[in-house]
Write a protein that binds this ligand. Structure first.
Ligand SMILES: [Zn+2]
Ligand SMILES: [Zn+2]
Length: 164
């Protein structure tokens, strides 16, 4: 059995669309490598940095995440194909797939800048957490104004048809 502590730069695309580990940021791992019958069992934790944006208000989100890792790496000559195991490459084992799976599974679907983020005003895009009393008397979007004009015209035409 061997204990191992290592820091490595994060690979690309480690994460989901709204939240992920910045490329090249340090991934710190503490691992236990145990020789077992079929190969090497690696287990331990990895700590990564996270950067992304709030799913509601699009503010930047920064966080840290610690994930548990466990993977069996079988010897190259092993025929343990049916275990979806990693495979040893000489003395090397590739931690990236297990790290990727663990990180992606641990990420929230909807990263938030704060648990009760109020999101953005649908009318003007203001961040509601900054101004919870925010309100508009009526819609200010000119597209809606144009639509309500159209509705009036249609109603007027319908009315004149009825009269004939
Ligand atoms: Zn937010
Ligand atoms: Zn508004």
């Amino acid at each position: 059995m061997r204990r191992l502590r290592l820091t490595a730069p994060a690979p690309t695309d480690l994460g989901i669309e709204l939240l992920g580990v910045p490329v090249g940021s340090p991934v710190e791992a503490e691992l236990r490598l145990e020789a077992v019958m079929e190969g090497v069992l690696a287990s331990g934790q990895a700590r990564v940095r996270l950067r992304g944006e709030c799913a509601r208000c699009l503010d930047p989100v920064e966080d840290e995440l610690e994930v548990q890792l466990q993977e069996l790496y079988v010897y190259p000559e092993s025929d343990a194909e049916e275990h979806e195991a990693g495979r040893l490459d000489g003395e090397l084992l590739d931690l990236e797939p297990v790290l990727r799976d663990s990180v992606v599974l641990a990420l929230p679907f909807q990263p938030l800048c704060e648990p009760d983020c109020l999101g953005l005003c649908v009318d003007c895009g203001a961040r509601l957490s900054d101004d919870p009393a925010h309100a508009h008397d009526e819609s200010i979007d000119p597209r809606w104004a144009a639509l309500s004009g159209l509705k009036t015209t249609e109603a007027g035409e319908a009315a004149s048809t009825d009269e004939e």
